[in-house]
Design a protein around this ligand. Structure first.
Ligand SMILES: [Zn+2]
Length: 146
């Protein structure tokens, strides 16, 4: 069962820390690890294969931009980059989004790397204070001036 679509609502920009013409980078409201972010096409699409070529390039350019910043701020040197697509994939929002989950040798998933996917389903929502602390930190480092 698909839920409503927060990524087409302008309120999502409160959680965004980097914007390009067609991509937004947003701090995950239920981070499985510190620094867990989402790369989201600004146009509503449900599937990776529905993206235009320029949108694909833009997402990967955004990945290039945010990766070193998140690595530095959250002490990471590895990451998961994943999308769930379609109702039976575990996708809970019907708008395409890629999870960027920074990892390091001491993170809590080291004993079972694949359990990071269970983490995506079961992690807890952070407070508005914690959200804005992370968003401000990332915006500052990325010179957000939106
Ligand atoms: Zn949407």
């Amino acid at each position: 069962m698909m839920k409503f679509d927060p990524f087409c609502n302008k309120d999502i920009l409160n959680n965004a820390f980097y914007l390009t013409e067609s991509t937004m980078a947003v701090y995950d409201i239920k981070p499985v690890l510190p620094g867990h972010s989402l790369l989201i096409p600004r146009r509503h699409v449900a599937d990776i294969t529905a993206l235009e070529k320029n949108e694909v390039v833009d997402i990967f350019n955004t990945l290039n931009t945010i990766k070193p910043v998140i690595f530095k701020l959250y002490n990471a040197d590895s990451y998961d980059f994943t999308a769930q697509v379609g109702e039976y994939s575990g996708m809970t929002v019907p708008h395409l989004h890629f999870h960027f989950i920074p990892r390091n040798e001491k993170d809590k998933f080291q004993t079972d790397n694949n359990s990071v996917y269970e983490g995506i389903e079961h992690s807890k929502q952070i407070s508005p204070t914690e959200m804005s602390r992370n968003v401000e930190l990332l915006r500052k480092e990325l010179n957000w001036s939106h």
